[in-house]
Design a protein around this ligand. Structure first.
Ligand code: ADP
Length: 369
């Protein structure tokens, strides 16, 4: 179709939105069943789904439809997944673009792309527009920029103009994601724009178990693969981290020629993710002995102190960039508070490696720093 324009074809298409459109009516679409462990966020979005399905129900009494929802959470917590699931549940088209793509663009292109994106969505409404990493363009504007509005600013302005133009009857809802809500321009958060905020937290132990279940749906698990135990030993893991863990374990089991994924595969995958891959380092007998005492120092103290997680494993197999050996503790649950006593215990666990080396070798080595 661009033939007639000759060389202009390429140029003319710059303004076209690079938005990706997902067919949310097809089988295999993402639904709320695929989202686990972040029930609070999910519950807050149920209303949005309902609204997309039957807008009249909400506007009947003169209420104004929500226009924008800001999803706030760390990377990998499932913000994109949630947005897709909202579209999937409502069976409406899903248009997505990453704001980061605009940062280095020729002036004017970003705004044109935004215009095009909203136009496409309007033509197929009801629909969801998802803008990932909105902080990349939505940062609070400083004092007047030298040389006029930057590309970022123009792009942001265009998003705001489009949203202000909604009457609320179009059936378009804009979901945007960020992990830095504090840097956002206040203009974005004004009523009628992204006035709803949904926080997507890292999952707790129960949540991690639910997420692991979602991602092991199609993975043959051996009887000794204890999902609850795995959930307990992965505090701080996001949904994306857990997905990665399951994948690593499945690959490892396949490489080992197993027909099911075993607990050991999960444990090895976890160690690899947390500490890095095993390193084929040839250490002398003396070095290994020293490392053994060093790690045993940690382990003994961790074992005998209150306020510390149980000792899970002590190893003198080098891993990752720095560890020549390691002592792993396995958390029994999530901790939201750190007490003075627990912090002191943690320091006490860190110190005895030097002591162990001093006691046995009369000197300690730089590794214990
Ligand atoms: P974000 O947008 O917050 O950075 P994503 O939605 O892109 O995170 O997450 C990446 C992938 O990790 C998802 O496609 C999904 O497979 C998995 N994932 C993340 N969070 C969850 C969750 N809460 N439940 C199930 N899977 C999840």
């Amino acid at each position: 179709a661009q033939g007639g324009l000759g060389g202009m074809g390429g140029l003319m298409s710059i303004g076209r939105s690079k938005a990706r459109r997902y067919d949310t009516q097809a089988a295999g679409r993402v639904t709320f069943d695929d989202v686990a462990g972040i029930d609070d966020a999910k519950n807050e979005l149920v209303e949005i789904v309902d609204f997309l399905k039957s807008p009249a129900k909400y506007t009947r009494l003169g209420g104004v439809a929500p226009k924008g929802v800001l999803l706030i959470g760390a990377p990998g917590t499932g913000k994109t997944l949630l947005a897709k699931a909202v579209a999937g549940e409502a069976a409406v088209p899903f248009f997505s673009m990453s704001a980061a793509e605009f940062v280095e663009m020729i002036v004017g292109v970003g705004a044109a792309r935004v215009r095009d994106l909203f136009k496409q969505a309007r033509e197929q409404a009801p629909a969801i527009i998802f803008i990932d990493e909105i902080d990349a363009i939505g940062r609070a504007r400083g004092p007047v920029a030298i040389g006029g509005a930057s590309e970022q600013e123009q792009t942001l302005q265009q998003i705001l103009t489009e949203m202000d133009g909604f009457t609320g009857r179009e059936g378009i809802i804009v979901l945007a994601a960020t992990n830095q809500p504090d840097v956002l321009d206040r203009a974005l958060l004004r009523p009628g724009r992204f006035d709803r905020r949904v926080v997507v937290n890292l999952p707790d132990k129960v949540g991690r178990e639910a997420i692991l279940k979602v991602h092991t749906r199609n993975v043959p698990l051996a009887a000794d693969a204890a999902i609850p135990e795995l959930a307990a030993s992965t505090p701080g893991f996001s949904g994306a981290d857990l997905k990665n863990l399951v994948n690593e374990a499945a690959l490892l089991a396949a490489r080992r020629g197993e027909s099911e994924v075993h607990g050991k595969d999960f444990h090895d995958a976890l160690e690899k993710i947390v500490l890095g891959p095993e390193r084929p380092l040839l250490l002398s007998r003396e070095d290994r002995e020293r490392i053994a005492y060093h790690e045993s120092g940690h382990a003994l103290v961790a074992y005998s102190l209150p306020n510390t997680d149980p000792v899970h494993k002590v190893s003198i197999i080098p891993r990752g960039l720095a560890a020549l050996g390691y002592m792993m503790q396995r958390p029994e649950g999530d901790r939201y508070l750190m007490t003075q006593a627990a912090l002191e215990s943690r320091i006490q666990v860190l110190l005895p490696c030097t002591l162990a080396e001093e006691l046995l070798f009369d000197d300690d080595c730089a590794g214990a720093q």
